[in-house]
Design a protein around this ligand. Sequence first.
Ligand SMILES: Cc1cc2nc3c(=O)[nH]c(=O)nc-3n(C[C@H](O)[C@H](O)[C@H](O)COP(=O)(O)O)c2cc1C
Length: 171
Amino acid sequence: MNDKILITYASRSGSTAEIAEAIGKTIAQNGAQVDVLPMREVTDLTLYRAVVAGSAIRKSKWLPEAMQFVQTLRSELRQKPFATFTVSITLAMSNTDQYRQAVSEWIQPVRLQVRPLSEGLFAGMLDFHKLPLTFDSLLLGGVVALGIFPKGDRRDWNAIRSWAEGIRPLL
Ligand SMILES: Cc1cc2nc3c(=O)[nH]c(=O)nc-3n(C[C@H](O)[C@H](O)[C@H](O)COP(=O)(O)O)c2cc1C
């Protein structure tokens, strides 16, 4: 039976994973069976009637395992209702059309593989305590110090739940 809905995510510091959990809870509210799983653990979609896939953004791209997921499973994904969500700090700077358009362009490689029914774009979280000390995180610290990216938890749970409610009838 393929009656379940899969919410799957790629996350490095956990903020996208928590958004996936919140989406899963909202979609399960009308009694649907939902699995929330990291993408690395998903190899077979036959159990699922619909898939919601989300990734954190790093350097203006979905995480590599998220792109890999879409590429590898594109034939199956094209046969099912499919929605995406994308988590970035850019949307914490501003949620205006200009910024949404920029973030939306980063998802074009996903669209070229499978066209989603809906695309959620959410502000994420920058918590330097949760980031390993790497060249990239130091660079990011500089961008925050310059006031370009904001830090802290910028997730808007009402926006996330409201998007999940909106896609529920499509899945
Ligand atoms: C190394 C690094 C690079 C990032 N690059 C971008 C970026 O190019 N654009 C952006 O809007 N956010 C960027 N972010 C912010 C993340 O998308 C944001 O912190 C997100 O909530 C992380 O999700 P996660 O906690 O699930 O890993 C970056 C974060 C890190 C740590």
